[in-house]
Design a protein around this ligand. Structure first.
Ligand code: OOG
Ligand code: MG
Length: 256
């Protein structure tokens, strides 16, 4: 089985926003390592086209998210410059069935890596924390996938936006911080940071450890999305999403 050919196929669907069959239907023997190789190749293609890697995301770090997609272990994905929204507007063209979720993002000021990274190491390497919204859009039909499929599809990464205001890592207790997500004025989901592995800092530590398996590190300046605090919501043209973060203010997203 040619991993590069599979990466080319996924890359094309990521770019055109057309859905596709799960790669494991045709290739049931693909494993998690193959899937991360495919993910990396897709990002290499994007970089060859001039895009730039700006960070990482953790996914499926909360029970709510794991249950909603039927995959019960955390995964990571790669974030590029072209995924970052500079205005709180999401255009539906070239998206398939986007979903929106409340997150926070750590930005590091030191390299972080190794199989023994602790929350303490993460705090020592954290410059600031932003409220964030992630837009995920699985390239697979019906937003349905296995662990291997979703990793190969870059953990459904599509777009993200950070608030303008950066916060000190010591601004609040991030596990106690509440979020509430509204669509068109109706509150659909709420939760706290503890939903993410007990404390969001653990998600960054877990990423560093997962990356150490392939001798990679998180570089200074990189953004790390820790994973959705709650289940994601479907959005359509005309919708307005607001996420209220306790002690951080709100983020908004208009769907066009
Ligand atoms: C996988 C990506 C999950 C999160 O924050 O848990 C994710 C998916 O649900 O499609 O981004
Ligand atoms: Mg997410």
């Amino acid at each position: 089985m040619d991993l590069k050919q599979l990466a080319e196929r996924i890359d094309q669907h990521q770019r055109t926003g057309r859905d596709m069959d799960k790669v494991t239907i045709e290739h049931p023997s693909l494993n998690v390592n193959d899937a991360y190789d495919i993910q990396k190749m897709c990002i290499d293609f994007a970089q060859e086209r001039g895009d730039k890697m700006v960070g990482w995301k953790m996914g499926l770090t909360s029970k709510a998210k794991q249950i909603s997609v039927g995959v019960d272990e955390p995964i990571y994905g790669r974030l590029t410059q072209s995924m970052e929204l500079s205005e709180p507007v999401l255009h539906m063209d070239q998206l398939i069935h986007p979903r929106v979720e409340p997150e926070i993002a750590f930005v590091l000021n030191k390299e972080l890596g190794g199989e023994h990274v602790t929350p303490r190491d993460v705090w020592m390497a954290t410059e600031c924390i932003f409220p964030a919204i992630e837009v995920i859009d699985s390239r697979y039909k019906n937003f349905s996938f296995t662990l291997v499929d979703v990793i190969a599809d870059n953990a459904s990464s599509t777009k993200f936006i950070l608030g303008d205001q950066a916060f000190s890592p010591y601004h609040t207790a991030w596990d106690e911080m509440g979020v509430a997500m509204y669509r068109n004025g109706e509150m659909l989901h709420s939760g706290t940071g503890a939903a993410v592995l007990g404390h969001p800092v653990r998600s960054v530590a877990m990423l560093a450890k997962m990356l150490s398996r392939t001798e990679q590190t998180i570089k200074p300046g990189m953004v790390v999305l820790v994973g959705g605090f709650t289940e994601a919501i479907d959005v359509n043209s005309g919708d307005h999403v607001e996420v209220r973060y306790e002690k951080l203010g709100s983020l908004n997203l208009d769907i066009k």
